[in-house]
Design a protein around this ligand. Structure first.
Ligand SMILES: *Cc1c(COP(=O)(O)O)cnc(C)c1O
Length: 480
């Protein structure tokens, strides 16, 4: 039995270069592809086989990938991908991920430069968000995980060390977020053992921001009936419409009421990189913790979520095992404490930080900030085009890079919802553009989130032309 390395390094190297070229071709010529394609049943079936017991040539597996996987992915590299909130990635990030995979570093801990790269990003983010230099940060899969961890840190902070050994047992704790907050906040309350009933969803104003007066009343009323408020989760860029809560007001209220203040800034927090957007995030510097993604507006390849915590001790208190405190004095490779595994539930961790480090260094934060501002400018352009068309109706104010609207279909709301859902599915299947849908004030909206650095105004024009022609066709079939 030999090892798993190539027998013929020269042939392997040649195949590796072909793989690299294929992926560079994919990105360079992405516009020539449909955004997304329906997976043909025979393609879906073609990979279904028993566990391969015998070897297959790398070349054949690569060829299979090119034929069956590459053409049928989500399509978020494409400039006309505007669904959900997906970043477009960059070739720089792709190469950095290859370097990280080659190094095969495990970033759980130990004394190694890869962890210093992660710490450097923490220092950059502390400075970007106005956090103290002593703040701690950790890469995770995404903001869903980072939000859960923020809630676990707040839980440990309010209940003390006992909660880690005794669990929650009974509690009367309540947390607050807005009705427009991401569903992962509710899920995190469940996973953290509080149960979803312990999350009070506060109403939003006409701009879809949490109503601060309603929040204050809810806190006062909950205290009066014996509940113990402990946490406010503000949103910096809601997933539906891109609203930014009044973070200064939430921070002030959290301080007055002695509550933990966590910000879900999944995609919006990196608006700090743009001089236009940063002032609207004021108050974020007062948060106790911020969860956000580099893989959305930051364009780092998936996945690259991040949690930044003001007070490192509070952060470690929630996750570190007793061994973490003992290894403080260790020498050799076992030194370098605190380790990232003391800052979250993961022990084995891939080198996520490298693609973010390359992205920040190669492009520079000014370029990234301009790119972010440009997606917002494009959203305003799209909104103006929609407002100029009597057949279209905008359904929410444009705060950042998200536009929600509908094709004015029929008198009946049910018909309107159905036709707009059909338009979106048709567009996706046509390969012309990929918007998604959401519900705004009980109405189904076509939702366009411009999160890709490759998107241009012509792509939005093509989207609107598609909506208008498909909508008109559906309308006439309704009349018949
Ligand atoms: C995308 C998003 C999330 C979830 O982040 P993941 O990285 O997908 O886990 C949470 N909140 C908001 C506002 C989001 O946009």
């Amino acid at each position: 039995m030999s090892d798993l390395d190539p027998k013929d390094w020269a042939a392997f190297r040649a195949e590796g270069h072909r793989m690299l070229d294929d992926m560079l071709d994919y990105v360079e010529h992405i516009r020539q592809r449909p955004v997304w394609q329906v997976i043909p049943p025979e393609v879906r079936a073609s990979i279904n086989e028993p566990l391969p017991t015998r070897p297959t040539d790398l070349r054949d597996v690569h060829e299979l990938f090119m034929r069956t996987v590459l053409p049928y992915s989500v399509g978020n590299v494409h400039p006309s991908f505007m669904g959900w909130v997906h970043g477009g990635g960059t070739p720089v990030g792709m190469l950095a991920d290859m370097l990280a995979a080659g190094l095969n570093a495990n970033l759980g801990g130990r004394d190694q430069m890869p962890i210093e790269i992660e710490r450097q990003i923490t220092r950059w983010m502390s400075s970007l968000f106005g956090f103290p230099e002593t703040a701690s940060g950790v890469f995770v899969t995404g903001t869903s995980m980072a939000n859960l961890m923020g809630i676990l840190i707040a839980r440990r902070a309010v209940l003390g060390a006992a909660v880690r050994s005794e669990g929650l047992c009974t509690h009367n704790l309540v947390a607050y977020t807005s009705t427009d907050a991401h569903g992962c906040i509710t899920q995190a309350m469940d996973l953290a053992g509080f149960g979803t009933f312990a999350l009070h969803l506060v109403a939003v104003n006409e701009y879809h921001q949490m109503d601060v007066a309603a929040l204050q009343s809810a806190i006062t009323a909950d205290r009066a009936r014996g509940q113990q408020p402990f946490l406010i989760v503000g949103s910096a860029g809601t997933v539906n419409v891109g609203a930014i809560d009044d973070l200064s007001a939430l921070a002030a209220l959290a301080q007055k009421e002695s509550l933990w203040f966590h910000v879900d800034g999944a995609y919006g927090a990196l608006g700090m990189l743009s001089a236009d957007i940063a002032p609207r995030l004021q108050g974020i510097e007062c948060a106790d913790s911020i969860a956000f993604d580099f893989h959305k507006w930051g364009q780092v390849p998936y996945d690259a979520g991040f949690l930044l915590v003001r007070d490192t001790m509070r952060h470690m208190d929630a996750f570190a095992a007793p061994a973490a405190y003992l290894r403080r004095e260790a020498r050799g490779l076992a030194g370098g404490s605190p380790w990232p595994c003391d800052l979250g539930p993961d022990l084995s961790r891939r080198f996520r930080a490298l693609a973010t480090w390359f992205t920040l260094k190669v492009y520079g934060s000014d370029t990234l900030g301009q790119m972010i501002a440009e997606t917002c400018r494009l959203a305003r352009y799209l909104a103006s085009q929609i407002d100029a068309r009597p057949e279209l109706e905008r359904l929410a104010p444009v705060s950042l890079n998200i536009v929600c609207f509908r094709f004015r279909a029929a008198d009946s709301d049910a018909d309107s919802d159905r036709i707009n859902a059909e338009i979106v599915a048709d567009l996706q299947e046509s390969g012309i553009a990929v918007p998604s849908t959401t519900i705004i004030n009980n109405t189904l909206a076509i939702r366009v989130a411009i999160c890709n650095h490759r998107t241009r105004s012509q792509d939005l024009d093509a989207l609107l032309a598609g909506v208008l022609s498909l909508g008109t066709a559906h309308l006439s079939s309704l009349v018949e």
